[in-house]
Design a protein around this ligand. Structure first.
Ligand SMILES: [Fe+2]
Length: 492
């Protein structure tokens, strides 16, 4: 491996015992370019060609108030595979907020857990008081990496070969872009939504593969809501209005407190890809909150959508958490909010919803083969997590046709990142490919990239590649074939 370090960023962060500024969540402040990575075990597959891109949260400046890991500055890590070789690089996303804090040499914005008046500058997004750190999600669209923030910020562009900063995406509307934009690899379109504290409270849009906003429409809601993700089938997009959102009375005083609103159902908006507000069909379902969806597809008169249904969307504060962090740690702990793999069927003829769990285990952060996005699919890949912590401990593969499943559990002290499916070049079957993930090895104090052959799932990693430094944990990741980067779409 050959490695070059970039000049260091300016940091005012002090050591602390914060549960999400230590261990696997220790911020990484270093930016590097590394070529010809060393293989620890196995061999780098020669039948994949593309990039795995991971967004992580790395707080650079000393927090003004109480830190929440979703406040951290966005950093993109990329490993590029070609002809059995792998290169790696990582960069902070130079958001307006990051640049302003570099200039000031300190934090300028409070975080998710802070009350009004902590931020020293007006904030961004739906919340209004936060820094837009672009640290939540990442996709590849129109030949560019696009990073986004869950509270609706600007979409930031980076080059998918060099990680050169491309600045703010020109197509982003005034109300911003939520995390979980969706790229339909078959057409190259990017589908997105945003939400805000003012009517109509939500919009939905489509950007073509040349980066042109081709559709933007209001999807009016009864009030301020907190949708996090969306789904799409070949002809429809599916948005949501779930009964877990900011307390309306406290919000009038500038306090952003999330609570369950008893008596309200979950509602899902099924809208044609280029539909208007008048075309939305609303479907009601059991109350819950959903962070993430898997795939959706059409089956006769029905739209089928898979999701992670939360049994307990407003968990109690986590016992044994450090003072002042119990509430935060409960909301970050899947074993507190209990997401279950769940299938909805929305009948477009009758307007009825049917729904059921597909598994009773605590699973989230699902992935599937993107060649099947919007179409009937068979295989889903979920992550398992460490009780009490936002840390991934392994993966479960489901055959949604037979109900069979297979599990890989990591040894103690090793934590995974979100693991997209990488189709093998020339693959004939849906599960002919790999899961790719970054691993943080807390015991050894280093990180690596692993690939799991999905046809031999329970064998565990077939290849382990050393990364040049220990990365921080984070939220989302994506795989992009070189063909998607080059052409903006993947030919059928
Ligand atoms: Fe997310």
């Amino acid at each position: 491996m050959k490695m070059e370090r970039l000049p260091p960023v300016t940091s005012s962060l002090q050591p602390s015992n914060h549960p999400y500024l230590n261990g696997a969540w220790t911020p990484l402040l270093e930016e590097v370019d590394a070529t010809d990575l060393d293989v620890i075990e196995g061999a780098i597959p020669t039948d994949i060609d593309g990039v795995y891109v991971r967004n992580t949260e790395n707080q650079v400046q000393q927090p003004l108030g109480r830190y929440h890991p979703f406040d951290g500055d966005g950093m993109v890590h990329m490993i590029s595979f070609k002809d059995g070789h792998a290169d790696y690089r990582n960069r902070f996303i130079r958001t307006r907020g990051f640049e302003a804090e570099q200039e000031a040499g300190q934090s300028l914005w409070g975080g998710l857990m802070d009350g009004p008046g902590v931020s020293l500058r007006p904030g961004f997004g739906a919340h209004g008081g936060l820094k837009d750190s672009s640290s939540t999600d990442v996709v590849v669209h129109g030949g560019k990496i696009v990073s986004t923030f869950y509270q609706c910020g600007e979409a930031y562009w980076l080059d998918p070969e060099t990680l050169e900063q491309g600045g703010v995406a020109s197509w982003g509307p005034l109300d911003g872009v939520s995390a979980h934009t969706k790229v339909d690899e078959a057409t190259g379109e990017l589908l997105f939504f945003n939400y805000s504290k003012h009517a109509p409270y939500m919009h939905y849009g489509v950007v073509d593969r040349h980066g042109k906003l081709t559709h933007y429409t209001p999807v009016p809601l009864p009030g301020a809501r907190l949708p996090h993700d969306m789904a799409f089938s070949a002809n429809y997009s599916i948005l949501n209005d779930l009964p877990v959102f900011w307390d309306e009375e406290l919000l009038k005083r500038g306090i952003h407190a999330v609570r369950a609103h008893d008596g309200l159902p979950s509602r899902f908006a099924v809208i044609p890809r280029y539909g208007q507000a008048k075309d939305v069909r609303w479907f009601e379902a059991r109350p819950t909150y959903i962070l993430h969806f898997l795939n959706a597809y059409e089956d006769g008169d029905e739209v089928v959508m898979d999701a992670y249904f939360q049994e307990n969307p407003t968990p109690r504060p986590l016992a044994d958490a450090p003072d002042g962090y119990g509430h935060m740690m409960g909301f970050l702990d899947e074993h507190s909010f209990l997401p279950r793999l769940h299938r909805y069927r929305f009948n477009l003829k009758t307007g009825e919803t049917t729904e059921r769990h597909l598994d009773e285990r605590t699973l989230e952060f699902g992935m599937f083969n993107q060649r099947y996005a919007g179409k009937p699919y068979r295989y889903a890949y979920s992550t398992t997590s460490k009780p009490g912590w936002f840390l991934f401990t392994g993966f479960v593969k489901h055959d949604l046709e037979t109900g069979e499943s297979w599990q890989v559990s990591l040894p103690d002290g090793r934590y995974a990142s979100e693991a997209p499916f990488v189709p093998r070049i020339g693959a004939q079957d849906e599960d002919d490919g790999y899961l790719v993930s970054f691993i943080i090895d807390e015991t050894a104090g280093r990180s690596e990239c692993v690939l799991i052959d999905c046809k031999r799932f329970e064998d565990g990693p077939v290849c382990r590649i050393a990364l040049p430094h220990k990365i921080s944990s984070g939220t989302h990741a994506v795989w992009a074939d070189r063909e998607l980067i080059r052409n903006g779409f993947v030919a059928a």
